[in-house]
Write a protein that binds this ligand. Structure first.
Ligand code: CTP
Length: 447
């Protein structure tokens, strides 16, 4: 019996896939189809596969062409499968010519002509394209638009920036303007990375126009404003998402569920530090640089693990800040302690102070350690009294989590809901802490 194997993503199964499967089957007597579990096609650099793995597997099974469907889970699996299943022929479409020649050592490799004029990417682009606008300073626009280019079905249509002079020449989009309203008129959704003081008005205006919003955290500077914006989004049936890239890093997500599973016991302390002496928007001295003080720049990121692990119902808090003399409301450094019924947390954030940017979560059985910079990590460790029980965890992190944030935003828009990695309660609590900072509530100032 001649055994044939082929692999693919098979997202939004189409005629091109079926023709490929039929011809693959004709090459032998028994056809195995490997459906890839990954939603990121690294070779072609596109993410945003629309269907979950089980739906894609089901769709291939429903064609009735495959004798067996397997899941491709790791790099190098093709060689293992060829040996394990005793494969005679490996086949894929001609878009891969040459790429799999290394398998010739193990079996015959056949490239079948690809069906012209159809592809999953094309269907995704046509059916689901979101026209996105971005607001921010040029370095931010450049970085985020680069990340966005990895996401299938999101097209950057317009940019809004006051700093037209420094707008990168290589960044092409239909419209570049300093007029926010004009930009909004050209798009379905907007990513906001402006001065935090402007967030509330900009988010509100966009939601009122029926646009979906992804806004860099904090969404607003008071709890009531954040609450009001979420209510407005609900009323307008559009998505409002807080942008915190760390929430989209796989290592961070896995770390939170590991903690919740009780692996290091009951959590007694969460300590997060985030500092930088420069930020993406430059040295802060240019005329257009947004006013991201230490707490707005880093506070939401540092508070994320605190609220996601210990919850938002802390009993007390105390804020200690040191301010820059020459700039109003600009904290060089802030430390916040949160006291819960049976746990404590502390965050240290700074844009005028440098420290070790680590995250330590202490439990009754052991502790979890994420090295600096923990907010864009691909690695963490759990450590115990007996070092023999220590364990290290590694995960792939592409683009600091930003591209996955756009994928999550696009999915929320398509699915018509606001299911989010950051709960509304977490967003509101982040804003309430920032509000207290600006009102100097529960606060001490050091000079
Ligand atoms: N295929 C084909 N003809 C097409 C599209 C795909 O023969 N028009 C083949 C591919 O060469 C591959 C298999 O179908 O062997 C699975 O392809 P997959 O990558 O899942 O689908 P694409 O439509 O190519 O997806 P994308 O647009 O994301 O690249």
């Amino acid at each position: 019996m001649k055994k044939v194997i082929t692999y693919g993503t098979y997202d939004l199964l189409h005629f091109g896939h079926i023709r490929l499967l039929e011809r693959a089957k004709e090459l032998g007597d028994y056809l195995i189809v490997g459906v890839t579990s990954d939603d990121f096609d690294k070779v072609r650099g596109k993410i945003n596969v629309q269907q979950p793995l089980n739906e894609r597997v089901q769709a291939v099974q429903n064609t009735g062409i495959a004798d067996e469907v397997i899941i491709e889970e790791y790099e190098g699996q093709k060689i293992d499968d060829i040996i394990k299943y005793g494969i005679d022929i490996f086949t894929v479409g001609s878009d891969w010519v040459g790429y799999f020649d290394y398998l010739k050592e193990y079996c015959e490799v056949v490239y079948l002509d690809r069906t012209q004029g159809i592809s999953s990417s094309q269907i995704r682009d046509e059916k689901r394209a979101i026209n996105l606008g971005m607001v921010g300073v040029p370095p931010v626009l450049l970085k985020y638009s680069r990340e966005c280019s990895y996401v299938n079905g999101v097209n950057i249509k317009a940019m809004c920036t006051d700093d037209q002079e420094n707008y990168p020449k290589n960044l092409k989009c239909d419209l570049v303007t300093s007029d926010y309203e004009v930009m909004l008129a050209h798009v379905d959704a907007v990513y906001i990375h402006s001065d935090p003081v402007s967030h509330y008005e900009q988010v509100k205006y966009a939601l009122e126009q029926g646009k979906h919003v992804l806004c860099e955290s904090p969404i607003a500077l008071t709890k009531d404003q954040t609450k009001e914006l979420f209510e407005l989004a609900e009323k307008k049936q559009v998505v409002l998402m807080e942008a915190l890239k760390t929430a989209h890093s796989l290592a961070y997500q896995r770390m939170v569920v590991l903690i919740k599973s009780g692996r290091i016991g009951r959590i007694v302390s969460v300590d997060a530090t985030c500092t930088s002496l420069r930020d993406i928007a430059g040295d802060d001295t240019t005329r257009f640089a947004p006013k991201w003080n230490s707490l707005c720049s880093w506070g939401p990121t540092a508070m994320l693990p605190v609220f996601q692990i210990l919850g938002t119902k802390y009993k007390e808090k105390s804020i200690i800040s040191q301010f820059a003399k020459e700039r109003e409301n600009y904290d060089l450094f802030t430390k916040i302690d949160f006291i819960y019924d049976s746990a404590v947390a502390s965050i240290k954030v700074g844009k005028g102070v440098k420290s070790e940017g680590e995250l330590v979560i202490s439990g009754t059985k052991g502790y979890l350690y994420v090295p600096a910079p923990w907010w864009k990590t691909d690695y963490y460790e759990i450590r115990f009294e007996n070092p023999a029980n220590n364990k290290r965890y590694f995960y792939q992190l592409d683009g600091e989590g930003i591209r996955y944030e756009f994928v999550a935003f696009a999915r929320a828009i398509h699915k018509g809901n606001t299911i989010n990695r950051i709960s509304r309660e977490t967003s509101e609590t982040i804003s309430s802490v920032i509000e207290d900072f600006y009102c100097h509530k529960d606060m001490k100032i050091i000079i």
